[in-house]
Write a protein of this length. Structure first.
Length: 225
């Protein structure tokens, strides 16, 4: 969230200076998922400014928009003749978009099925990110695990979850990766809870002719404290 004004929430509000977008570019990221429970911390105007900052920086976004329709649009990237679609969704909290309100794309199984199937019809690979899970718990709820596996069944090539703030479980289902908890990457904390500064990045390599997963690697890290 990039915004300059006051937060109306009673709980924690998260924001960053717009110049931080340059660090995202320098790190080599092409797409940023904005579906999360803090995207409306500074109201719809905060989300609007966030989208503008990324657009001006040339960074694609998915998972949030000016209304539900915009928030649910996948991002499609084509490189070396391969089309990759990204879908970002979040468990339902106050930040969720509506037909007439800006916000994040919701974890809504029926809608998500349509998103994944539509993306699969135009892309070679489809990845879904889910902002969900229980904070400080390294394993997924049974319901979340069931949903992630269902997304694979509907056409996703990988599902990546984040939110609990600790590194945790992952698995392969139908020979496709599901990461349930990545941990924090860059998230300052004055009094860090246990494992707050630990996480891992995911690297996957595909055979571009067969669209088959060739290798999978978890890259562990500790964020600076």
């Amino acid at each position: 969230m990039f915004y300059r004004y006051w937060c109306r929430k009673k709980s924690s509000c998260l924001k960053a200076h717009p110049d931080c977008a340059n660090s995202i570019i320098d790190a080599g990221f092409d797409v940023v998922g904005l579906a999360n429970n803090h995207i409306l911390d500074f109201s719809e105007q905060g989300l609007k400014e966030t989208l503008q900052v990324f657009k001006q920086a040339g960074i694609l976004t998915c998972g949030a928009g000016s209304n539900l329709f915009e928030a649910q649009k996948p991002i499609l990237i084509e490189k070396q003749g391969i089309k990759v679609a990204y879908i970002a969704i979040a468990e339902k909290e106050f930040s969720i978009a509506r037909f007439d309100r800006a916000g994040a794309a919701p974890l809504e199984t029926m809608d998500n099925t349509v998103q994944i199937e539509n993306a699969s019809s135009i892309a070679d690979l489809v990845f879904v990110t889910v902002h969900g899970g229980n904070e400080y718990y390294s394993f997924p709820r049974l319901g979340l695990r069931k949903i992630c596996r269902y997304f694979i069944d509907r056409g996703a090539d990988g599902v990546i979850c984040h939110h609990p703030h600790v590194a945790g479980a992952y698995e392969f289902y139908q020979d496709k990766p599901i990461v349930y908890i990545l941990g924090n990457l860059i998230f300052d904390h004055t009094k860090s809870p246990p494992c707050w500064n630990e996480g891992y990045a995911l690297r996957v390599d595909y055979d571009i002719e067969k669209m088959h997963l060739m290798s999978y690697e978890n890259i562990p890290y500790t964020q600076s404290v």
